[in-house]
Design a protein around this ligand. Structure first.
Ligand code: TYD
Length: 213
């Protein structure tokens, strides 16, 4: 099992805050940690992110999928693979499970189609997460948190502004992915307070990676 941990869930589930806390926790134990995110954490990816999320363009679902995958391949080869090769931990905010949930399921591209699954795996360049944390919270609660952030001045992305039925499909897809792969994906009750969620995350990491800590 490698040291790539991905953080997944609907917009507003709180995973980014928890990623920072998990990094602090690991660093506090003397571990070497890289934190990163998708889309957009390479120089090329920054440009792809703008194309995808700034809202200037509205790609058709096929283009949207291809751009997310282009960003991923660049990210894997430039950031994730080298970090793992140096035996560092990589905590990544979103990865292929997001593409499955947002593009294949919510955009209603043919979810089960084998060629699409193959494309996802092509873009991963052989790198699968050792552990995926799924931050499970109701879409209603997530929306409430997003609204709060917007009131505090955080700019929404093109996808944040999708209709509620879109976010419901994303949420259902994460649940389905979890049910299909409970070995890799761990469920986190993200409706709880920040500290409680942080404790859940720490316990999962300790259970999964006891050997490495
Ligand atoms: P971002 O501002 O990084 O927010 P978040 O904290 O929710 O991750 O926005 C990234 C958006 O891109 C988010 O709405 C999910 C979406 N996304 C996809 O649709 N497909 C993907 O493959 C990835 C990685 C992200």
């Amino acid at each position: 099992m490698n040291k790539l941990i991905t953080f997944e869930g609907v917009d507003g589930c709180g995973k980014s805050t928890q990623l920072k806390r998990a990094a602090e926790y690991l660093r506090g134990r003397g571990e070497d940690v890289v934190t990163t995110f998708e889309p957009g954490d390479t120089a090329l990816g920054k440009e792809i992110r703008k194309l995808l999320l700034a809202g200037v363009y509205v790609p058709v679902p096929e283009t949207e999928l291809l751009l997310f995958l282009a960003d991923r391949a660049q990210h894997v080869k430039e950031v994730i693979q080298p970090a793992l090769a140096s035996d560092r931990w990589v905590l990544c905010d979103r990865y292929s499970d997001s593409t499955l949930a947002y593009q294949l399921a919510a955009r209603q591209l043919d979810e089960g189609a084998a060629p699409l699954r193959e494309m996802l795996s092509f873009a991963e360049c052989g790198v699968r997460p050792g552990l995926t944390l799924w931050f499970d919270v109701s879409v209603q609660e997530a929306m409430r948190r997003m609204k709060k952030r917007a009131e505090a001045g955080e700019k929404a992305t093109r996808l944040d502004e999708e209709v509620i039925s879109f976010h419901e499909r994303v949420s259902a897809a994460f649940e389905q992915q979890y049910a299909l792969d409970t070995k890799r994906i761990c469920h986190v009750d993200a409706a709880q307070g920040i500290d409680d969620v942080g404790d859940q995350v720490r316990l999962i990491i300790e259970n999964k990676y006891g050997w490495a800590l």
